[in-house]
Design a protein around this ligand. Sequence first.
Ligand SMILES: [Zn+2]
Length: 367
Amino acid sequence: MIRETRLVENFLDMVKISSPSKDERAMGDYLIKVLEEIGLEVKEDNAGELNGGNCGNIIGILKAPGKKRLLFSAHMDTVVPCEKVIPVVENGIVKSDGTSILGGDDKGGIASIIEMLRVIKENNLEHPEIVVVFSIAEEVGLLGSKSFDIDSYKVDFGFILDSSGKPGKIVTKAPSAARGTIKIIGKPAHAGISPESGINALTVAAHAITKIKLGRIDLETTSNIGLVSGGQATNIVMPSVVLDYEARSLSNEKLNYLLEETFETFKVVCKEFGAKIEWNIKVEYPGFALEDNEEVIEIVKIACKKLGIASETVSSGGGSDTNIYNSKGIPCVNLAVGMSKVHTLEEYIEIKDLVDLSKILIEIIKG
Ligand SMILES: [Zn+2]
């Protein structure tokens, strides 16, 4: 039923369309046309306006009154460099020419959804009600899914296609993450004439850093300071320093506890030195952890079994639109697309994986 040539051609067409975050217009227009041609009712929401982009989330609906409603979603935006992607097909693998990313993240997911829809129509397959969402600005903070009014579509559960790894891998847990800056404000002074009248912000930060938890904290929790910036010259006691900090945990409670503990430590150390602190850390997205017996997981496992594809449930270390939809009360899993080395110039995807994922989707809708 799957037409591999059509699937690959569609994928190649899409990776050639430049679609950095908040600049998905060309991609959105392409998808509106494709979905309308297949016969879906197509809408675009106002997520673009809300987030300073030029395109909203593209939504396609394939009606089946009275049946279950399933969400299938993948994101339209890609990381840079994604201008003028030249895909190269070699030995069953699609990669870029080495000067850009490929964009299999997440156009591999989109291609599989489109192939699923075409197969349904072409073969007159019985299907549940299908809501397709191609989201914007996933790579810059899950902005499209955050703005998407999923409640009004009343979906029962969803399948997000946005994980690396072989099709059959089902992400059922992902962390919540907090991110932002910690600014330590000391006091400038001439480093040679009157260093004792200054407060070196870096010294304060260093003391605090030796007392907080960083790196892998437990199996579910990590934290990191990834960037440090401050200072003016060697002869000035450093007046302020900014630490870019993030923390993640599969447990929302553990994350909140870690953030409180870290903030408290910084406050105490700042007080000791007479420095001030500006704490600007926010929870960027909530985590999710589905129970193993959730229907949405069972459906994927059964689909894989019918196809002889091995399935496994895993927890992820990163966030995706899946986090947002789960937090809005829709049980959703994130399925592996086959994309590899994403966010690098070496990104590639195996054609067999695109085909396998499309087959899994078709089995899912057959139920
Ligand atoms: Zn992605």
